[in-house]
Design a protein around this ligand. Structure first.
Ligand code: IPM
Ligand code: MN
Length: 355
């Protein structure tokens, strides 16, 4: 079966890191013998400034017929912050019902973590973030806007269906991950304060857990989770959490795994025929554009997730080992301009390390 992949290189350094990810995809597809087709979309800041539209008419429909999307980066210095993020990234997550945001927090060999005394065995867990509800649903409003009496509200919405489908997927993912240290799913929420919304999450979690007796069902409040992620990251196997908390703790996760240069994520619609989207976590880093200094490892890791999602398990394992070889044996640092190699050389090194 041929996998149809949409490519949105996006803004700033997005296209540069995307090119390296595509290079690795091409090399591994030749070694493993699988087929794919690429479909380019020029969405992002440049197009928005030119045409005034972020996602043109019919784009979502077109993307929904594709197997997977690779997204380089969005964010343009001449476009107010939030416009492209909302108009492209969040819009695609919602419209394509990508209800899982999957964020592996994995320290690769040779990568520096700010956590003293922690190594690759200690920092290796996955965050499953609900990706369509919560404070992200855009429900709220103003009263007496712009006056001294102004009131603003922003409502978190949680549906039974929304939390149940996310929790079930997280339990099944924990089973598949099959951690030799023991299968454990930690719900991260704030049940002591959010006594309605997170009560729904908690009750649903307890109920769904009955169907997965081989997975230890565990719970942390979100503030304690931030503490444990820094103090004892080896405690975690899989974390499942709400959209807003997931947003926050995954940036903490990205830092302990060595920064935005290495962190990748997937926006997954697990339903049959669903379209999922994979992206490096770093932004468009406009100041590094065109200088061949940006780190492509996160983009290559996002491609690795896409390949795995497309069912090419062996190819995905091969890309993962190649990344680990390059970070462990070649690169001097994961910071832009300090890698010891240029962007395209890092891509070449990963390709060479595939065999
Ligand atoms: C992320 C990002 C987005 C989010 C922004 C860009 C809207 O921070 O993918 O984590 O908040 O989800
Ligand atoms: Mn975020």
């Amino acid at each position: 079966m041929t996998t149809k992949i949409a490519v949105i290189g996006g803004d700033g350094t997005g296209p540069e890191v995307t090119a390296e990810a595509l290079k690795v995809l091409k090399a591994v597809s030749q070694l493993e013998g699988f087929d794919y087709t690429l479909h380019d979309f020029d969405f992002g800041g440049e197009r928005y400034l030119r045409t005034g539209e972020i996602l043109p008419e019919g784009a979502v429909q077109e993307l929904s017929e594709i197997d997977a999307i690779f997204l380089g980066a969005v964010g343009h210095p001449d476009v107010a912050p939030g416009i492209l993020e909302k108009g492209l990234l969040l819009e695609l997550r919602f419209q394509l019902d990508q209800y899982i945001n999957l964020r592996p927090v994995k320290l690769y060999p040779g990568v520096e973590t700010p956590l003293a005394g922690k190594g690759t065995d200690d920092i290796d867990f996955v965050v499953v973030r609900e990706n369509t509800e919560d404070l992200y649903c855009g429900v709220g409003g103003f009263m007496k806007k712009g006056t001294a009496d102004e009131v603003a509200s922003q409502t978190a919405l949680y549906s039974r269906k929304g939390c149940e489908r996310c929790l079930r997927w997280a339990f099944e993912f924990t089973q598949r991950r099959n951690n030799p240290k023991g299968k454990m799913l930690t719900l991260v929420a704030k049940t002591n304060v959010l006594t309605y919304g997170h009560d729904l999450w908690w009750r649903t979690f307890e109920e769904v857990a009955q169907d997965y007796p081989d997975v230890k069902a565990d719970y942390n409040h979100v503030d304690a989770c931030c503490m444990w992620m820094v103090k004892n990251p080896e405690y975690y196997d899989v974390i499942v959490t709400t959209n807003m908390f997931g947003d926050i703790i995954t940036d903490l996760g990205a830092m302990i795994q060595g920064g935005m240069g290495v962190a990748a994520g997937g926006n997954i619609n697990p339903d049959p025929g669903g379209t999922s989207m994979f992206e490096p976590m770093g932004g468009s880093a406009p100041k590094y554009t065109g200088r061949n200094v940006i780190n492509p490892i996160a983009a290559i890791a996002a491609m690795q997730m896409l390949i795995e999602h497309a069912g090419h398990t062996r190819a995905a394992e091969r890309v993962l080992s190649a990344i680990q070889k390059v970070t462990g044996e070649k690169m001097k640092s994961q910071a832009a301009g300090q890698m010891g190699y240029g962007t395209s050389e890092v891509g070449d090194l990963v390709c060479e390390s595939l065999s």
